[in-house]
Ligand binder design. Structure first.
Ligand code: SF4
Length: 570
């Protein structure tokens, strides 16, 4: 039996595709459980397949799956429906299963209106999905109604079975890393909080379950052995159990896994000891759901965190050389010019802004149904979601756009001050990581995301100061290079050479530092000295191109053409 698990596309184009490009970890867990039970499974990340729609048919015709499972996170449900329609046309016998948070909260609606969907797996899906596949495999269709946690059509009626029990011990699940490669992984399921805009509380039931540190680190190790060194921990609140997280961190250090990663947490589950160990184990960013600078708005969203706690968490996170990023929502009930002013108290070094959205399975959606006397039929519209402001006469699209603009302007105006005011823990074993943190931050201002934002004042000046500060802690390759390039931009070639030479003495193998020194010498017309640096990297196309130019400029045509020939033949 051939099973394909598909993560389908979204309707709307995103500015940053990383918001939607990652296959949810749940699909890997299902895939691993099926493989462990000897089923033939593939996972297809089709988040962009709508850009090349002919491939949908081609792939389905070639693979001829017996079963297709779709991972639905609500906003990609139309992608799932579209692909399911094509699949049913080409392969009328194929069984189509929808699962995930988007399918769980709209099961009745989906089965009522979309005949191409045969089954819906509700809630936590691994064992339910497996049991369904086993029934297909054995041809025992009569047993399907005994499986807990599914909804389906039978004799023109829609049937929903009892809820499946949550998996008691998550470690009993086969490790997805045994079969797949991925960077986003989770160490727990669930969140104890109850924010009105979030589907997690109802999907997982607010009881949090954890993998053991052994299981989680073994999975990291397995992925590390496959060459993956950067990870995203997508738990709702990774730091909820401090001792457990410290144990994970110590194991990562003990096993000498040279990894870096991002995590997500809540501001009230953070303290200095925890942050210390997280940084030591390679954590370089923690995202916190702040949602609003205004306590009044946070209360409306049932966020239940205090401004002082947010300020403290951001300050402490930065103190340990971890970038604290804020998720920020605007366009909430009661939003006004006053509530959106309060952003700068928190001093985040990065923010992701969202407009408040309403999804099924949330308290906000229940409230919408009550207020507007509507039902799930509204999802028959080919839309991804409903923005809260569209349902509130006190708000309008123009107002929301202006709020968003004001928030961003306010934030970016103060961002250089936030970056310059970071206080780091004075502890010598952290100096190397402080240098790394400051140079990464500097790079966002000099070459990264912030470098192209006109609304951020003094970007290069800020970057320069951060690079210098980085080097005051520990020699850092990124800082030497960044500083060298900034000085080149200011035409201070002598100074640039000085700092880059200091860098290359520390990192003699660095091709980028060597090439950059050569470029500075070229700008001073000192081609012979430039050549010495370029020729140290005979495998670098860039260095060789510069070397050829140097030969041309000093009139050595023979050597120039020898290099050009070599480049042409390589
Ligand atoms: S938004 Fe975050 S803190 Fe709130 S319920 Fe969802 S996962 Fe938990």
């Amino acid at each position: 039996m051939k099973i394909i698990l598909i993560y389908p596309y979204f309707l709307d184009q995103r500015v940053k595709t990383e918001d939607v490009s990652v296959v949810p970890i749940g699909l890997y867990y299902i895939g691993a459980l099926l493989k462990e039970n000897k089923y033939d499974v593939e996972i297809w990340n089709w988040h962009e397949i709508n850009k090349t729609p002919h491939i949908i048919e081609e792939e389905l015709k070639e693979k001829k799956p017996d079963v297709i499972g779709f991972s639905i996170v609500h906003a990609n449900r139309w992608g799932g429906i579209d692909i399911a329609r094509i699949a049913k046309r080409i392969l009328p016998e194929v069984k189509v299963i929808f699962g995930g948070i988007g399918a769980t909260f709209l099961w009745e609606h989906l089965l009522t209106y979309f005949k191409e969907i045969d089954y819906i797996v509700l809630g936590e899906g691994e064992y339910t999905f497996l049991k369904l596949i086993q029934c297909f495999d054995e041809g025992s269709y009569e047993k399907i109604s005994e499986i807990k946690g599914i909804a389906f059509r039978k004799e023109n009626k829609i049937i929903k079975t009892d809820n499946a029990e949550l998996i008691h011990n998550l470690d009993t699940l086969p490790m997805p890393s045994k079969y797949f490669e991925f960077q986003h992984l989770s160490s727990s399921r669930g969140c104890p909080a109850d924010c009105t805009f979030c589907g997690s509380p109802r999907f997982w039931g607010r009881r949090v379950r954890f993998h053991s540190p052994e299981y989680f680190v073994a999975q990291l190790e397995q992925l590390y052995s496959k060459g993956i060194t950067f990870f995203y921990i997508s738990d709702d609140t990774f730091t909820m159990r401090k001792e457990r997280v410290i144990e994970i961190c110590k194991k990562i250090i003990e096993k000498d896994l040279k990894i870096t990663g991002f995590a997500i947490s809540r501001v009230n589950y953070i303290d200095e000891e925890l942050l210390y160990w997280m940084r030591k184990a390679g954590c370089i960013q923690i995202s916190y759901g702040v949602e609003s600078g205004s306590e009044k708005i946070r209360n409306v969203l049932n966020k239940r965190i205090k401004t002082e706690d947010i300020m403290r968490a951001f300050e402490l996170t930065h103190k340990y050389g971890i970038l604290a990023r804020a998720y920020f929502i605007y366009g909430s009930p009661g939003e006004n010019w006053e509530t959106i002013q309060e952003i700068h108290k928190i001093k985040p070094l990065s923010i992701i802004f969202y407009i408040l959205d309403i999804f099924p399975g949330t308290a906000l959606y229940d409230d919408l149904k009550r207020r507007k006397k509507i039902d799930d039929d509204i999802w028959l519209s080919r839309v991804e979601d409903i923005m809260y402001f569209e349902t509130d006469p006190q708000l309008s699209r123009e107002m929301i756009l202006m709020f968003g603009q004001r928030l961003r302007t306010e934030y970016y105006k103060y961002l250089p001050d936030f970056a310059m005011s970071v206080k780091l823990e004075e502890r010598s074993d952290l100096y190397q990581s402080h240098a790394d943190f400051l140079s990464r931050l500097a790079m966002t201002f000099s070459h990264g995301e912030y470098s192209i934002m006109e609304t951020i004042p003094n970007r290069e000046e800020v970057a320069k100061k951060l690079y210098v500060r980085s080097l005051s802690y520990f020699p850092n390759q990124r800082a030497y290079l960044g500083l060298g390039i900034l000085l080149q931009k200011e035409h201070k070639y002598e100074e640039s050479i000085e700092i880059l030479i200091e860098g290359i003495n520390r990192f003699p193998e660095s091709e980028s530092l060597g090439t950059c020194i050569g470029v500075s010498y070229m700008n001073l017309g000192r081609f012979e000295e430039a050549l010495k640096h370029f020729l140290r990297f005979p495998k670098s196309v860039e260095a060789l191109k510069y070397a050829a130019t140097c030969y041309r400029l000093i009139g050595d045509v023979e050597k120039e053409s020898a290099i050009l020939k070599m480049l042409a033949s390589s």
